[in-house]
Every structure is written in C-alpha cells, then in structure tokens.
Design a binder for this molecule. Structure first.
Ligand SMILES: Nc1nc2c(ncn2[C@@H]2O[C@H](COP(=O)(O)OP(=O)(O)OP(=O)(O)O)[C@@H](O)[C@H]2O)c(=O)[nH]1
Ligand SMILES: [Mg+2]
Ligand SMILES: [Zn+2]
Length: 295
C-alpha cells in the first residue's frame, strides 16, 4: 500500500520523510536523485521505519540552482522565499539579485530579512544598500535574532503562517538562529547533527524542513557563495527582472534581447536611471550564462 509523506531532508540518494509525524528513512529506486526537500512522495514501506519513494507528487513550484553541467534542486512546493542578509558579515548584491531572479522564475513570492540590527554602526549602510530592492517592491523585515528574539518572532511568525517558506542566503547571516527561534525543536535537531558530525562549527550543511503547524513549514538551507542560473531561458530572464515589465513590448524589435539593440525600451530606461545599472548588467551576465548550458 502506498502512503504519502513529505521529504524533510535530502542527502544524496537518501531522504528523510515525514509520514504523519513519523520520520522515515527513504531511498529512491535505481539511481534517481530528482527528489527535493518539500516534495510530497508516495512511499512503499520496506520495514517499520524505512521506505522506498515510488513517485513524486505534482509540484506547485520548484526552486533550483544550476551550473554549466547540471542543476541542483533546492526545494519543492515553496510559496515564499526569504533572503536573509545581515549588517555583518557583508552581503553580495549579486547573490541577492540572483536569488530574487530564481524566485521570480519559479513563481515564489520573495521577501528580504535584514538580521543583526543590533550591530548599530553598520545598520545605516545596510539599509541604504537594500533600498535597491525595496524600491522594486520586495518587502524588507528588520530583526535581531540575538538582541530582540521576541520582536523577531513577532515579525516573522505571521509571515510564515499558512506558507511553505525557505530561508536562503550567505553563510553567517543568521538563518539557523532565526529558525531556532521560530521552531522550538529545531535547535535540538541541529545540535544532534552537529554533535554526530563533530565539526565544532554550527554552519548548516544540508537543507532541512520543519513543520510549523497548520500546514505551514520552514526550510533552513546551507549558506551559499554562488547561485548559478544557467537553466533560465531568455524569456524567463526578462520577466524575472520585475522592473523591466513596464518596458517589455516597447522595443523596436519584437525579439529584442535588451543588450545592444537600437531603440530598446529597456536600455533607454537604464539610460534614464529608471532601471539600476547593476541589475541590467547582471541580466546580461545571466543571459550569457543561459547560452552556456551543456545539458
Ligand atoms: N550580533 C548578532 N549576531 C547574530 C544574530 N543572529 C545570529 N547571530 C550570529 O551569527 C552567526 C551565524 O549565525 P547562523 O544562524 O549560524 O547563520 P546561518 O545563516 O545559519 O549560517 P550558515 O548555516 O553557515 O549558512 C552566529 O554566531 C550567531 O550567533 C544577531 O541578531 N545579532
Ligand atoms: Mg545555518
Ligand atoms: Zn529591448
């Protein structure tokens, strides 16, 4: 008999699946590794706590990264994505924009969280830099997991209610610290894993989904240093830059790539300061990447 579970962690071909609150080890048949955290999967029990994944339920959304050679699934069925940045260590605009583009392309609502507001000296600069994104309409939520955990929970918990969310961002921004506040049992789980691996460091090494009740969930993910988007097509890219929207269709050539073409409405908007130059530069870079895929 098949039963449906939710994948809560993935490690190569080995998965941890939540089946009505029970945690089971599961494997795929053959060499398949196309299962993502957040997937709803049909299971065939092979023992009391082990199962085989027979099939993957239809996905509402799928978030992934990719390089020239392959794509890597990050999470399935997300409805909301939070990019976590902090006053320190410094954050990279390139990675924020790439994360936003990935969210737009996947049809996932994106938010920004600025953590460590207690580091007061660096707060004005961080806020100023984030204007580039709030001016595009992305909501920004300021918190300090350390100095004001109650405020952090009061700010973030309502945003997670009823949603399937993920925290992504560079290492050391405070994703796990925030999740530990939001999920009472999370700390225990992470400690157990850290102790087992005896790394002495608390950096997150794999993606993990936590149930929040009421059908909501939050995924903690390892910090990243790059976010390849080789899998996005030209059409997806121009739409993933939300500020291009008013100008698409206004170019002289219907198949304009908005790079060097004459009478391009997007290039004109860059010229007029209506589109940030660094965003358009990244667009050009991503277009170049999308032409490089070898799969
Ligand atoms: N000053 C300050 N430090 C914080 C705050 N939140 C987290 N930290 C510290 O920042 C460091 C990194 O926090 P983590 O929660 O492990 O960061 P992460 O984003 O999960 O990092 P990775 O798992 O490596 O991706 C830890 O030493 C935390 O104690 C905060 O609000 N203020
Ligand atoms: Mg972490
Ligand atoms: Zn154009």
């Amino acid at each position: 008999m098949n039963q449906n579970g939710v994948v809560i962690a993935a490690h190569g071909r080995h998965y941890l699946v939540d089946l009505d609150g029970r945690k089971l080890q599961a494997v795929t048949r053959g060499k398949k590794t196309n299962v993502a955290v957040g997937d709803v999967v049909a299971l065939q029990m092979s023992s009391s706590d082990q199962a085989v994944i027979e099939s993957i339920g239809e996905r509402k959304t799928l978030l992934y990264r990719s390089d020239q050679y392959k794509s890597k699934l990050l999470a399935a069925n997300l409805t909301r994505l939070f990019i976590v940045v902090a006053t320190e260590p410094g954050f990279a605009d390139d990675l924020i924009s790439r994360s936003l583009v990935a969210a737009e392309a996947a049809g996932i609502e994106a938010h920004l969280i600025l953590n460590k507001t207690d580091v007061a000296a660096l707060l004005p600069k961080a806020r100023e830099r984030l204007l580039a994104y709030t001016s595009l309409g992305y909501p920004l939520h300021e918190v300090s997991a350390r100095a004001d955990p109650a405020h952090a929970v009061a700010t973030l918990a309502p945003l997670l209610a009823g949603q399937s969310s993920i925290f992504i961002g560079q290492s050391g921004m405070g994703k796990s610290s925030l999740i530990n506040l939001l999920v009472p049992d999370a700390d225990i789980a992470v400690r157990e894993i850290s102790a087992a691996l005896d790394t002495g460091k608390h950096t997150t090494t794999f993606t993990r989904l936590y149930a929040l009740g009421g059908g909501a969930s939050i995924i903690d993910s390892p910090g990243f240093q790059e976010f390849g988007l080789y899998h996005l097509t030209e059409g997806m890219l121009e739409r993933a830059f939300v500020e291009f929207a008013p100008y698409l269709g206004g170019c002289k050539f219907y198949n304009c790539r908005h790079l060097i073409e004459p009478q391009c409405a997007v290039l004109q908007a860059v010229q007029d300061g209506k589109i940030a130059r660094f965003r358009h530069t990244l667009y050009g870079q991503l277009l170049h990447e999308s032409a490089q895929t070898l799969y």
